[in-house]
Design a protein around this ligand. Structure first.
Ligand SMILES: Nc1nc2c(ncn2[C@@H]2O[C@H](COP(=O)(O)OP(=O)(O)O)[C@@H](O)[C@H]2O)c(=O)[nH]1
Ligand SMILES: [Mg+2]
Length: 318
């Protein structure tokens, strides 16, 4: 039997994983379904803390995410993961890789992992990811992890949803340059040079440390650059400790509230703009609007005069 939205939302609020899964699919396939959900829940807890793990493809983000989940589970935290690879299609190897690398948590009732492929529309993807985090929050998760590739400026929006951003790099030639080009140097709160077993990690870590220090003379938070071997569980404890201390800093300094409020305002702006554009499109179909266009074309009315009339028409139609 198909369950109604009302039932699904009730289930979500009472910790039903099937309902969480169904609602996640629903915001994934139709971004506007989050409106119905948010409007029907009693309260959004706003308790979840979001960690973004990003970097170039193959840097070991999924391996690292898997290890971080393990450490957080040891602290008895409930975790929701969204693993995104915008550069590969849904059935691509990367998504499969994510699944395989995080499979050990598939039986853990306190971990929920969703892999998301590309739909080509990064704006939509960042919106549906933020909706998924809201669902995790309502469900009662403590931590959300977003794993995503960043190759250029356009992917940065997805990671900006995070409360802290971990940039993962590897000691391969050119990685630091790529990080700079993609804007990763600006968004990282913590940097981690993975695959330290290959050598060259310390050197890259020092380079990044230097680059980060250049833009950080007066900052209260000193961005750390760590090295790790995700595969061998080396350096992951240090990473988790660092994430926790960054969170503490954000909370005690008021930075977290400031960041979240800024995000809410920008989300509101985007939603209002989108809604207004839709309303305008609808209004354009009305006879009154078409009549105005004819008058405009015949030189009977000027655009400056019509603006207010169009606005009034939109208002009247609502
Ligand atoms: N040598 C080495 N390989 C690693 C390490 N961590 C991950 N890998 C490997 O790097 C490859 C890509 O890892 P994956 O986690 O899928 O990277 P992602 O694309 O960034 O998510 C896999 O074959 C991993 O086994 C590490 O510390 N050292
Ligand atoms: Mg991955």
């Amino acid at each position: 039997m198909k369950r109604s939205y009302k039932d699904l939302i009730k289930g979500l609020e009472s910790n039903d994983r099937v309902c969480l899964s169904k609602l996640i699919s629903s915001v994934e396939s139709n971004t506007s379904s989050i409106f119905k959900i948010v409007n029907s829940v009693k309260k959004i807890p706003n308790k979840i803390y979001t960690i973004g793990i990003t970097g170039p493809p193959g840097a070991g983000k999924s391996t690292l995410t898997n290890q971080v989940i393990k450490k957080l589970r040891a602290l008895d935290l409930k975790i929701g993961v969204v693993a995104i690879d915008p550069s590969s299609p849904f059935t691509g190897g990367a998504v499969l890789g994510d699944r395989v690398r995080m499979q050990e948590h598939s039986l853990d009732r306190s971990v929920f992992i969703r892999s998301v492929g590309s739909r080509g529309d990064l704006g939509g993807l960042s919106y549906s990811t933020s909706s998924m985090i809201k669902l995790f929050d309502i469900f009662g998760m403590d931590i959300a992890i977003i794993e995503t590739v960043v190759l250029g400026q356009t992917e940065l929006d997805i990671i900006k949803i995070s409360d802290s951003v971990v940039v993962t790099l590897v000691p391969e030639a050119g990685d630091s340059i790529q990080a700079m080009k993609a804007g990763l140097m600006e968004i990282g709160d913590i940097f981690i040079v993975n695959k330290a077993d290959r050598g060259g990690a310390e050197k890259l870590a020092r380079e990044i440390d230097y680059m980060v220090s250049l833009k950080q003379d007066n900052a209260q938070w000193k961005t750390k650059v760590l090295t790790a071997q995700a595969e061998n569980d080396i350096g992951v404890d240090e990473l988790v400790t660092e994430i926790m201390s960054f969170r503490e800093y954000e909370e005690s300094s008021g930075l977290l509230i400031k960041k979240r409020n800024k995000r809410k305002i920008s989300e509101l702006n985007t939603l209002v703009e989108k809604r207004l554009r839709n309303e305008l499109e609808k209004t354009k179909e009305t006879a009154t609007f078409k009549d105005m266009v004819i008058k405009l074309e015949n030189g009977l009315l000027e655009p400056e005069v019509l603006v207010d009339k169009v606005i009034n028409l939109i208002k009247k139609n609502n």
